[in-house]
Design a binder for this molecule. Structure first.
Ligand SMILES: C[S@@+](CC[C@H](N)C(=O)[O-])C[C@H]1O[C@@H](n2cnc3c(N)ncnc32)[C@H](O)[C@@H]1O
Length: 223
């Protein structure tokens, strides 16, 4: 059965290019099945904390005759995957809090993986901080529009990297992004509008950070 992915999952799939892939929180299992069908992965370990979700992935694999190379495992985070068992770990569609906790849990268990492709629904800065803390280097940090929402998509590999606070918050390469200026200017206008009616110290701090990032991006463009 041919499978079509939405823009978010298609972007995630495009960042995977070889070997065994662990899809943590696989739910329907479509990503893993697509990766096998397009030769982007030679094997997939599809995991989920919910038996109900995992059942959908298992049935997709079985009904399409790929159960031998697309295995399913029940468990929390990376607990069902051994150290270096996967070449790439994908974790998508979960909040940045949960993804960073999964990464921290794996590190506490002494597990490392050569690549991660991560797409947090929220708090991407928590995921960036955890990757850098564990000595992974972010090599791709994009935003993809899908169904009227913007999703962060990150790829990281083993290696050291230093990111300043603006890069932690807005993306490792925010000042090189085509879309950052437009999106940041919109957020700034929206937040300034709220601040003008109701003072909030955290909001004011975010506005100052956004202004600094926007100014850096404009300077770089005008170089
Ligand atoms: C919104 S779905 C995302 C599915 C798919 N990854 C995607 O991006 O389309 C989230 C899935 O993650 C699973 N999940 C939530 N917390 C998890 C955890 N700690 N470990 C493994 N799976 C988890 C849920 O059961 C659910 O199937």
């Amino acid at each position: 059965m041919p499978i079509r992915l939405d823009e978010r999952l298609a972007r995630i799939a495009s960042l995977v290019d070889y070997g065994t892939v662990a899809d943590v929180g696989c739910d329907h299992g479509k990503l893993g099945y697509y990766l096998i069908g397009t030769d982007r992965a030679s094997a997939v370990i599809a995991t989920d904390i919910s038996e109900g979700s995992l059942k959908k992935a298992r049935e997709l694999a079985r009904d399409n005759g790929v159960s031998e190379i697309m295995s399913t495992r029940l468990g929390d985070g990376l607990s069902p995957v051994a150290d270096r068992e996967a070449d790439t770990v994908v974790i998508a569609g979960l909040g940045g809090d949960v993804i960073s906790e999964i990464l921290a849990g794996a590190a506490a268990d002494g597990k490392r993986f050569s690549h991660f492709v991560l797409s947090p629904n929220t708090h991407p800065e928590k995921v960036r901080r955890e990757l850098i803390r564990q000595k992974y280097r972010i090599v791709c940090d994009d935003a993809v529009e899908c169904g009227g929402k913007r999703y962060t998509v990150l790829k990281a590999e083993e290696g050291e990297q230093t990111l300043d606070e603006l890069r932690m918050l807005f993306g490792a390469f925010y000042d090189e992004s085509d879309s950052f200026e437009k999106v940041a200017a919109q957020e700034l206008e929206f937040k300034k509008n709220i601040l003008s009616r109701h003072y909030d110290a955290e909001l004011e701090k975010r506005i100052n950070l956004l202004e600094s990032a926007l100014s850096n991006a404009r300077k770089r463009r005008n170089k």
